[in-house]
Design a protein around this ligand. Structure first.
Ligand code: ATP
Ligand code: MG
Length: 562
């Protein structure tokens, strides 16, 4: 399926894990480029929770370091105090660790504020930066366009001493927010607009979650980032393609300051995933406007949301390896991510029985006071995962749609007068269908064949096998079935991405019954509910007397292809 005119989206078979940065680093090591060192960093801004796009960057940065015996720092790029918070910072640390990575050093750009200020003073002294008093509107007008050069500000040739004095006074709080800025003096005629005397400091009276009210001026991202990289001795500064046009500025700043290290910036394509959004700003909007139930809502493409839905760190890491690292923008089908978690859970999750929409079966020839404990294996291919005892008794529950009064062709489950095997137990036969006054089926009367435990019945074939639980022993549960958060592959194409929200992204089944062995299930534990999907015990919501399960993914890829 193609998402736009000229972009194909990758399906599981097409995502093959190319990584051009791996080759660059191998080559750098061969040439002893950074003294044989590999030092990377993951530099999030703490203005939201991490999403699956960040996972791509995390796996790349930590992965390249690990593969090459190098280091990888976690650095908070915290230069926009209004949007950042301790909550976001903590969530980022938690998510990186949960993904399975350990940073070498933890840094904050705000730790460098004093040094960054010092470097700015140095640039002014070199005549490479000046304080400009143009208003924001004027500055925009002076900037020029892609086709026209910019115009120099009247302040551009302000004497160095004057800029120095003004800059100190900016720090001392003598000017109002926005009254003046510090700009790098580069080239107003550069074809690259980023080089037209970019602003490197602005005045902003905002409380910073780490530095409090120490500062009323804050450095801009481009200026901060390259210096932070250099201070940490980063060798390969890996970032997404939108920074390609910023690379000349990255290099320019470090060239002027002649820092000890001059990291090499390499850009790669962002992850774009269909039917969702990977932008902290927009995810924030979903949360604050309550379109979802928080950052960790299992429909969210955040690490916290995926985790709560039942994704494993391994599946997310596999996904990141599989989609690869390229220079070319491409879309990834949601089925690639689902393929990764399905593969992991198929291999590793224990099987249990849970009935999502129960129908009562009374086994008339089964003694009312009897309970049998049937040993059932936890995993069909992995006997080492053991067995459990599942209680069987006179009244069992099966799925409503495992019985049909008017069966469609090839229906292999229970029908009136027909037989079916209860998984791990006996063959039962339906004799009577009981209905309420509205004609709804409320109960089936059945008998069981005592000679069918663990063996085929004599003289006939019973094809269907369905799951069940004992009514008396089963536990009440709620199952939350999640669908796509958006109904269009690229919600960003819409004028308002919220218009593309899928109103049916959550279905709650609140009368489920699960087998007794789940009584002690721990939050975040993952199971295959036989025949219905992979589920994870919710770690947040506590409903009195009920286990809450989130469906991680269906058993098979059954999203309709459109
Ligand atoms: P957002 O718009 O979601 O806030 P961002 O790029 O502004 O994204 P940062 O916190 O600045 O978010 O990102 C930290 C790192 O993660 C950066 O190096 C950035 O390039 C990378 N990153 C962010 N989004 C993606 C993505 N979709 N695919 C790959 N890498 C990403
Ligand atoms: Mg950002």
């Amino acid at each position: 399926m193609s998402i736009t005119e000229n972009q194909e989206s990758l399906s599981p078979n097409e995502a093959v894990g190319a990584n051009f940065i791996r080759h660059i680093i191998a080559n750098d090591l061969k040439e002893n480029k950074h003294n044989g060192r590999v030092a990377t960093r993951f530099p999030p801004e703490p203005n939201g929770y991490l999403h699956i796009g960040h996972a791509k960057s995390i796996c790349l940065n930590f992965g390249m370091a690990a593969e090459n015996n190098g280091t990888c720092n976690l650095r908070f790029d915290d230069t926009n105090p209004e949007k950042e918070s301790v909550e976001f910072m903590e969530s980022i640390e938690r998510d990186v660790q949960w993904l399975g990575f350990k940073w070498t050093e933890l840094h904050h750009a705000s730790d460098y504020f004093e040094q960054l200020y010092g470097y700015a003073v140095e640039l002014i002294k070199q005549g490479k930066a000046y304080v400009d008093s143009l208003s924001a509107d004027q500055m925009r007008a002076y900037r020029g366009t892609l086709t026209e050069p910019g115009k120099e500000s009247p302040d551009r040739n302000r004497p160095i001493a004057e800029s120095l004095d003004l800059f100190h006074r900016m720090r001392a709080g003598e000017f109002a927010d926005g009254q003046c800025v510090l700009r790098a003096k580069i080239d107003m005629a550069s074809p690259n607009i980023n080089m037209r005397d970019p602003v490197i400091y602005r005045i902003r009276r905002a409380h910073h979650h780490r530095t409090g009210n120490d500062w009323c001026l804050y450095p801009m991202y481009d200026y901060t980032h390259c210096i932070s990289d250099a201070l940490e001795g980063i060798t390969h500064s890996l970032c997404t393609l939108e920074f390609e046009d910023h690379r000349p500025l990255y290099d320019w700043v470090l060239d002027q300051l002649q820092t000890t290290y001059h990291p090499q910036q390499i850009e790669f394509a962002r992850l774009q995933l269909e039917y969702t959004i990977v932008s902290k700003r927009k995810l924030n909007q979903l949360v604050t406007e309550k379109h979802v139930n928080g950052w960790d809502d299992p429909r969210m493409p955040t690490i916290a949301g995926l985790r709560r839905a039942g994704y494993t760190p391994k599946a997310i890491r596999d996904f990141c390896e599989r989609i690869g690292i390229t220079k070319k923008d491409s879309w990834i089908e949601m089925s690639v991510l689902e393929y990764c978690i399905r593969t992991d859970l198929n291999e590793n999750s224990p099987r249990v029985m849970a009935v999502l929409q129960p129908l009562r079966i009374v086994i008339e020839n089964y003694p009312a006071d009897q309970t049998e404990l049937l040993e059932i294996g936890n995993h069909p291919q992995r006997p080492e995962l053991g067995k459990r005892n599942v209680p069987f008794s006179k009244v069992v529950l099966i799925e409503q749609d495992d019985f049909a009064e008017n069966p469609p062709p090839k229906y292999k489950r229970l029908i009136s007068g027909g037989e079916v095997r209860l998984r791990g137990a006996y063959v039962i036969k339906c004799h009577e269908v009981i209905k309420d006054a509205d004609g709804r089926i409320t109960e089936l009367r059945c008998t069981y064949d005592t000679d069918t435990l663990g063996k085929n019945p004599e003289g006939r074939k019973v094809k269907g096998v369905i799951h069940w639980v004992s009514e008396e022993h089963s536990l009440p549960a709620e199952a939350r079935l999640y669908g796509r958060l958006f109904k269009l592959p690229n919600p960003d194409n819409e004028e308002n991405f919220l218009d593309a929200l899928n109103p049916d992204s959550l279905e709650i089944l609140s009368n489920c019954r699960v087998e007794a062995s789940l009584a002690n299930a721990q939050p975040e534990s993952r199971y295959q509910f036989e025949r219905t999907g992979y589920f994870c015990l919710d770690s947040v919501d506590d409903i009195d007397g009920k286990l809450v399960f989130n469906r991680t993914v269906t058993l098979r890829d059954n999203w309709e292809k459109d």
